[in-house]
Design a protein around this ligand. Structure first.
Ligand SMILES: Cc1cc2nc3c(=O)[nH]c(=O)nc-3n(C[C@H](O)[C@H](O)[C@H](O)COP(=O)(O)O)c2cc1C
Length: 336
């Protein structure tokens, strides 16, 4: 039985595969999502990807005000990856609600809004406004942002700040979900809160401590990992290639770091962990699921292969059939 609680004997094709993923009250139809900042708000990919067949679409960051992002150049190639310093460029909260959300509402996949800010109040402002909107099933909180009120160090590198920010945001979502008749009924039935997923920064010494801090603050799930700090220097100009100097490294180069961090984080907490970082094919995704992730996201790979996420989904199905696993959540039990 290779340790599966719901599996059939190894080698036998299970009668029915269950690919659904539960994150708090949220049910995703499958474990494959597209990562924040690599899929926009879905519009550019409508003709290239059957978005409704994805498990989840994590939007580009939304901040209270529009952000033009950092000056160019803000992209650089690296071996097996890329470096970006896009700087959370986005149209801002009001334009997101007016122009982007109506199209996202029609989506069958789970629409999860990635929230960013430079102060705790920025995050609260975005959540506050989005709580009044339908068509969103959860929030992913990007804590890799520099905390402008505390010298610009990322929120995500300090467990005390992570726990405090998470608690404030969880309270905000909870209290708003309790307003109104429909929400009261939801609460009585024990449902209705949009899950808060805290997206961890890998630029820390002890990812387990940060994961535990987010859990203690009330996060319903974690996503892991964001980009790693990197720099490329042009030896002819003797300047960094990116206008900002350093940027965020993504792509296959960071996958082993992501897998190790998902392993550590998922064994340190009892809330679900969503894995990402350098996933290009089903084997990469399966490494994350074996490491302890309940779901995955595909990021940089989409730029060159928009079809990658749905191919990965097919590959996960094939693996489950081959291994005789009925429920995707049981893949992690196969790790020896
Ligand atoms: C161009 C670009 C923009 C990104 N923008 C965001 C963002 O707005 N919010 C966020 O949480 N992560 C953002 N990320 C990080 C990705 O969501 C992901 O965590 C990271 O790239 C690692 O996954 P990957 O190697 O599959 O790309 C961005 C990544 C890239 C490459």
């Amino acid at each position: 039985m290779s340790g599966t609680s719901s599996g059939t004997a190894r080698g036998m094709v299970p009668a029915k595969l269950d690919l659904t993923v539960r994150i708090g009250d949220l049910v995703m139809q499958n474990p494959v999502g597209v990562a924040s900042g690599t899929f926009g708000y879905g519009e550019e990919y409508e003709d290239l990807v059957d978005i409704d067949c994805l498990g989840a679409l994590y939007t580009k960051a939304v901040t209270p005000e529009p952000r033009p992002g950092n000056p160019a150049p803000r992209l650089a190639d690296t071996p097996a990856g890329m470096l970006n310093s896009i700087g959370l460029a986005n149209p801002g909260l009001d334009a997101f609600i007016a122009d982007k959300l109506p199209r996202l509402r029609a989506r069958r996949c789970a629409v999860i809004v990635n929230v960013a800010g430079g102060t705790e109040d920025d995050y609260l402002r975005v959540l506050d406004a989005l709580e009044a909107q339908d068509g969103i099933v959860g929030y992913e909180i990007n804590i890799s942002c520099p905390n402008v009120a505390h010298g610009g160090l990322s929120f995500g590198t300090d467990p005390v700040q992570v726990e405090r920010l998470t608690r404030r945001l969880v309270d905000a979502v909870g209290s708003r979900a309790m307003a109104g008749a429909e929400a009261r009924c939801d609460r009585l039935a024990g449902r209705g809160r949009r899950p808060l997923i805290v997206k961890l920064s890998p630029n820390v010494t002890d990812i387990a401590a940060i994961a535990k801090a987010a859990e203690a603050g009330g996060a319903v799930a974690l996503s892991c990992i964001n980009t790693l700090v990197g720099m490329v220097i042009d030896i002819k100009t003797k300047r960094p290639v990116l206008a900002m100097g350093s940027g965020g490294l993504s792509g296959p180069a960071i996958r082993p770091v992501g897998v190790a961090m998902v392993y550590k984080a998922s064994h340190a907490v009892s809330i679900p962990v969503i894995g990402l970082g350098g996933i290009s094919d089903a084997d990469d995704a399966l490494q994350y699921l074996l490491a302890g992730a309940v779901a995955i996201q595909v990021g940089t790979a989409i730029f060159s292969r928009p079809e990658a996420p749905l191919e990965i989904l097919a590959g996960i199905r094939e693996f489950m059939e081959r291994e005789g696993i009925e429920q995707v959540a049981d893949i992690r039990k196969l790790l020896r």
